[in-house]
Design a protein. Structure first.
Length: 191
């Protein structure tokens, strides 16, 4: 087939277009290689950051109960205390039907104080000579106050006709002008 003038020009155009496409592909390949390297670097950063987040979350979850840290390092976010008791299924309080136990009135109180009304609560009339209609007893059991008892030992001096003054003798253990007794000293040691 004879060479046609248009075919030769067409082949040269195709070769130029092919060369241009090869250049574009080479640039694209270079861009893809750069992007692949950047993606690999980002994956490494993500893996490092995920490990760091996991480490920080584990540290944040630590307290004195699940690590070797002292209780004072818990700060204000202390975990709620957990009871070591096992559940029995019983309800609190005494069982139903069991009689209750309360304090009983004493038959012979140490002191009796009478509280009598001065006037009627309805009409405000005086009750000075009115008959007694009843009594309600209420008792308070209290431990008496402990009061220090001071015993003064007076050593008397007597003058004899010969001019000698003889003094009385203090009991055993009383050697100072002011001192504690044996019970008070023992209480001080206990405190």
């Amino acid at each position: 087939m004879p060479d046609a003038p248009g075919v030769r020009d067409d082949a040269a155009g195709l070769r130029a277009a092919n060369a241009r496409l090869r250049e574009l592909l080479a640039e694209r390949d270079a861009q893809l290689a750069v992007q692949a390297a950047a993606a690999a670097e980002l994956r490494e950063q993500v893996a490092g950051l995920q490990a760091q987040v996991a480490d920080l979350a584990a540290r944040l979850g630590q307290n004195s109960g699940n690590s070797s840290r002292p209780p004072s390092s818990d700060g204000l976010a202390k975990p709620a205390p957990k009871s070591l008791r096992k559940k029995t299924g019983r309800k609190p309080g005494r069982p139903k039907g069991q009689p209750g136990v309360t304090m009983q009135l004493s038959d012979c109180p140490d002191r009796v104080v009478r509280h009598e009304p001065a006037c009627c609560s309805r009409c405000a009339g005086g009750l000075a000579g009115a008959a007694e209609a009843g009594m309600i007893r209420r008792q308070v059991t209290e431990i008496p106050l402990v009061k220090a008892e001071v015993t003064e030992h007076r050593l008397i001096g007597r003058a004899c006709g010969c001019g000698m003054v003889t003094w009385g003798e203090a009991p055993a253990g009383v050697t100072a002008p002011v001192q504690y007794g044996p019970r008070a000293a023992a209480l001080g040691v206990c405190l």
